[in-house]
Design a protein around this ligand. Sequence first.
Ligand SMILES: [Ca+2]
Length: 198
Amino acid sequence: MKIYTTIILTAIATFAIGCSKDDDPQTYAIDPNLLAKTYTNNTQMPIPDVGNVASEIDIEGEGSIADASKVTISVSLRHAFSSDVIIELIAPDGEATALVKRVGGTHDYVFGNILNFNAAFETIIAPGANEIVIAGGDYAPSEGDRPDPANAIVNDLESFLNGKNLDGTWTLRIRDYISGGVGDLEFWQMKFEPGAVE
Ligand SMILES: [Ca+2]
């Protein structure tokens, strides 16, 4: 189930003006370009061992991404072995980019440790050692030191997102690449700040 959420940054939609005894509430239209929009798919999905899951978000009636730094993709998942996991974002045009490619070792994503990805974020998820929980936070797309699979490409998010038409189905694909250890996608979302789209 897809949930469409609109967050109103400008909270004042209706207010009364004047202080006289004849106060007359008036309604003001809000410019859609001043609104941030967040699209969420919060259907929990198990990630099968050596398999993949795809979770979709449908977007309609928007334009193209003009400023990738105002687009944030957030993912919450848990998995026994982060080095098994590839998280990919697939745009409506079919192009895919990996947000996470087999980082770390025997790690454990814990529910609530939300990973946020944005073209302006510079921190890389460190390859790390085993038994270290990957902290939630703001990250650039990150890859570990394992080259496989070759068809999972970690692109620069700015070049990947800028110019992309929003309309259509965006897919988060989670691949489990190695036998042993499974997990769940808890939810993911795409947030567009004002000015992200033209
Ligand atoms: Ca596995």
